[in-house]
Design a protein around this ligand. Structure first.
Ligand SMILES: [Fe+2]
Ligand SMILES: [Fe+2]
Length: 252
């Protein structure tokens, strides 16, 4: 079984397609990243958007994300970021596995050999993340259905420290509750956004991959937020039978 997944994170679109943030026209940057992803992975099986689709949520902003995805919409899976409006995002992208107000998903790929799970780590009104009891129970239920099925888990907020004085307090604040569920589960890797950087670590022995923004990047060092001039990027995840490989691809 072979499958390819494209992860796009943190587009931060606005209702106005010309709007800039941190000197980046986020809609144009997202369009350029999607175009490059189409060249790298034209026949991808799934596209996962890991949050902060809009910087300032509006129906026009979400519609712009949908338009940019074009015919990839049929394979797109979405979770929210702290900048998103859960109701607007849920309404614009549908909520196939709705659980309360959360925007989460579960999708089987290949011949149902692998599964993709996205959980909602957003705390409305806050920048940091938290997996509430409902999301943890939902994750437990999905993982318990077939504990042997290899699983890729997506969440907006990284569940590991990134060595950043200013950003680490704004990541997932209850990673231990996630870590406790991983041993013996099918989870093979986790993929996040939110930090607008490329970094890999591990939680309970499972790889955690943080993926750059399709717009602007952050510097992890220092005491406050600053912008890294690295180009926008996305992540490709390839499954070949039981093997998993992933890489970040940047625009030139
Ligand atoms: Fe973001
Ligand atoms: Fe975020």
């Amino acid at each position: 079984m072979r499958a390819t997944i494209v992860q796009l994170s943190d587009p931060h679109l606005f209702g106005d397609p010309q709007a800039q943030h941190r000197d980046v026209t986020t809609a144009a940057s997202f369009a350029a990243v999607v175009a490059h992803a189409r060249r790298v992975a034209p026949d991808c099986d799934a596209v996962v958007l890991t949050g902060d689709l809009c910087h300032d949520p509006s129906p026009e902003g979400y519609e712009a994300v949908r338009q940019a995805l074009g015919d990839w919409l049929d394979r797109t899976l979405v979770i929210a970021g702290n900048h998103d409006d859960l109701h607007m995002l849920g309404a614009m992208f549908g909520r196939p596995e709705a659980n309360g107000d959360a925007v989460c998903f579960r999708s089987l790929i290949g011949d149902r050999d692998w599964q993709l799970i996205g959980v909602d780590s957003v705390v409305p009104g806050e920048t940091h993340g938290w997996l509430d009891e409902e999301q943890l129970q939902q994750l437990d239920a999905w993982l318990a259905e077939d504990p042997a099925r290899p699983t890729l888990l997506f969440l907006h907020h990284p569940p590991i420290a990134l060595g950043s004085a200013w950003l680490d307090p704004l990541l997932l604040r209850n990673p231990e509750q996630l870590a406790g569920r991983l041993p013996g589960s099918g989870v093979r890797a986790m993929f996040c956004g939110h930090a607008h950087t490329d970094q890999t670590g591990e939680l309970a022995g499972i790889p955690v991959h943080v993926t750059p923004s399709t717009a602007f990047q952050f510097v992890m060092s220092g005491q406050s937020i600053s912008i890294d001039p690295s180009p926008p990027g996305f992540r490709v995840i390839r499954i070949d039978d039981d093997r998993l490989a992933t890489e970040v691809v940047r625009l030139a």
